[in-house]
Design a protein around this ligand. Structure first.
Ligand SMILES: [Zn+2]
Length: 295
């Protein structure tokens, strides 16, 4: 493939991924990634590989995407330095690794897919291969363009490390949390059932700042922007038994349709819960937040 065509294909792949993920609320199905992207309107170009954690289209010089998993034992790790240490694929320095190394040499952006369930992936892009660490048989993947200019990304200064950790939080951990939560609630607001991924957010139940405020699905709620803001402002509470309650003053107010339909009519409604029991909101977390709302 001509290098200009390859660059345009890469850009279009990323734009397509961005669109699909936005519609779904931050995640994309495996099937969409295998068959949904048609760069010329003709044959689909798979954005992930059927079985391997790396996608190297035959006609492209450099890797298009890499896939890694969250949780469970996996060989690719964030070592706490805010960078992803992506293990060499089978075949040592050759094979699939050649095109990943080529991506580093060319400085081209890649898509990183985080597999959160067998058929569900959360995209993070652009990411860059910034080092090839032969001693540990890993590639170092940065979530920020800044790291392309660092001489030795395998040994960061304290400032660089802090920056990388902060970036990983914003660009990796938060999107994964959001994608998992919204997916668990089947891309709907758990209060009003609004089904537009672009308008959905993942609310923390125990706040981020609380020691229990972990980024796990049972500490999250899929909420539309208005209900998320109302929940965080304690204008709206949720009982440990999943009943929506509105602030007394807000209930008494008289105003237009957003207040009436969007908020007041939610009072007394039962939360729509995820199908899987383990994804449902933690009762103690809800009780903690409901207390704050009562005060
Ligand atoms: Zn809502």
């Amino acid at each position: 493939m001509d290098s200009v065509v390859e660059r345009v294909t890469r850009e279009r792949a990323m734009a397509w991924v961005e669109q699909r993920a936005a519609e779904n609320g931050g995640w994309i199905s495996r099937d969409q990634l295998l068959r949904g992207f048609r760069p010329d309107g003709a044959e689909p170009l798979g954005l992930i590989d059927y079985s391997r954690g790396i996608r190297n289209p035959a006609h492209m010089a450099a890797t298009l995407s890499i896939t890694t998993s969250v949780g469970g034992p996996y060989e690719d790790r964030d070592l706490g330095d805010g960078l992803l240490h992506y293990a060499y694929r089978q075949g040592g320095r050759g094979g699939d690794n050649t095109k990943l190394r080529r991506a580093m040499e060319l400085g081209v952006p890649l898509i990183l897919f985080i597999k959160t369930e067998p058929n569900v992936l959360v995209p993070v892009h652009p990411v860059y291969v910034v080092a090839d660490d032969e001693s540990t048989q890993t590639f170092v993947i940065a979530l920020d363009e800044e790291f392309r200019d660092i001489a030795d990304p395998t040994s960061l200064t304290e400032d660089q490390r802090r920056y990388a950790v902060r970036t990983a939080r914003q660009r990796l951990h938060q999107p994964v949390f959001r994608g998992r939560v919204i997916r668990a609630y089947a891309t709907r607001c758990s209060i009003c059932s609004l089904a537009h991924g672009r308008l959905l957010e993942a609310a923390h139940i125990y706040p981020d700042s609380h020691p229990e405020g972990r980024a796990v699905v049972s500490n999250g709620l899929s909420l539309c922007s208005i209900h998320h803001a109302a929940y965080d402002a304690n204008l709206l509470g949720i009982t440990p038994d999943h009943v929506v309650q509105l602030d007394d003053d807000l209930l008494a107010e008289v105003d237009g349709p957003m207040l009436r339909h969007g908020l007041q009519e939610m009072h007394g409604r039962a939360l729509t819960l995820p199908a899987r029991r383990q994804d449902r909101p933690d009762r103690e977390a809800l009780a903690f937040r409901y207390e704050a709302f009562r005060r």
